[in-house]
Design a protein around this ligand. Structure first.
Ligand SMILES: Nc1ncnc2c1ncn2[C@@H]1O[C@H](COP(=O)(O)OP(=O)(O)O)[C@@H](O)[C@H]1O
Ligand SMILES: [Mg+2]
Length: 229
């Protein structure tokens, strides 16, 4: 489903040094498989997700999603790819504070569907995520964990084949992290979505089918603690 071959992205630091944010990453993920990428802050996790989401061009390498060559997409094709084929759970700032939970979840559908139909489409997913009694609540009436679940609903709303999640439990305590991870795992397996989740939390990495570690832009086998499983 997702295939990365020798992906490289370097940046220049203000001091003129080379930052090897992503330094030759190869990885493949099957439909319905959840892979965790574990790594400390600054290890290149977000850069890699942005490359896969066609938000950032790598210096070299190949990125394929299904039969699609992601690096060959025009700007317009990349926008459609992000809208329909990829779900990207980014961090909390993605929540539109003035809008209700259900409108936040239905946001990606508003382009194509009437609002009422868009809401109707995401409602079962909201129930599935335990948000059935929070549909009309505004952001400030929701807990951090609830807002995060709304962003998961948004990412899955278009039934993407690929889900990218950037520290999806970054602002949650360990109990809420577990709740969110259990739901994410179930939904990803149930719907056959290839999922790449990045985290610096070993608890989260332990939920994945396979965990890898990113260090200075390079992948290694994960050797972290998974004793909580
Ligand atoms: N646009 C950019 N320009 C320069 N350096 C960047 C840019 N984006 C990321 N970096 C650097 O690349 C490295 C990896 O960053 P990032 O992918 O955000 O790491 P992570 O998500 O693992 O914390 C860091 O050293 C960061 O400062
Ligand atoms: Mg990051």
């Amino acid at each position: 489903m997702l295939e990365l071959h020798s992906v490289v992205k370097h940046f220049a630091s203000p001091g003129g040094e080379v930052i090897r944010a992503v330094d030759g990453v190869s990885l493949s993920i099957d439909p319905g498989e959840m892979v965790a990428l574990y790594g400390p802050s600054g290890s290149g996790k977000t850069t890699l997700l942005k490359i896969i989401a066609a938000l950032l061009r790598p210096d070299s390498g190949a990125v394929r999603v299904g039969s699609r060559d992601v690096l060959a997409l025009s700007k317009r094709e990349a926008a459609a790819y992000r809208l329909h084929e990829v779900g990207f759970v980014r961090q909390q700032p993605d929540f539109v504070p003035g809008a209700s939970a259900i409108d936040n979840a239905a946001l990606k559908l508003f382009d194509e569907l009437r609002r009422r139909d868009a809401r109707r489409r995401v409602e079962p997913l909201m129930h599935r995520l335990g948000l059935g009694d929070r549909l009309r609540h505004a952001g400030d009436e929701l807990s951090t964990g609830e807002r995060q679940r709304v962003l998961i609903a948004r990412a899955l709303s278009t039934e993407p084949s690929l889900l990218l999640a950037d520290e999806p439990t970054g602002n949650l305590d360990s109990r809420r992290s577990r709740d969110v991870m259990e739901l994410l795992c179930e939904l990803c397996h149930e719907r056959g979505v290839a999922t790449l989740l990045v985290t610096h939390d070993p608890l989260v990495a332990g939920y994945a089918d396979r965990a890898l570690e990113l260090h200075d832009g390079r992948l290694q086998d994960y050797v972290g603690d998974s004793s909580h499983l």
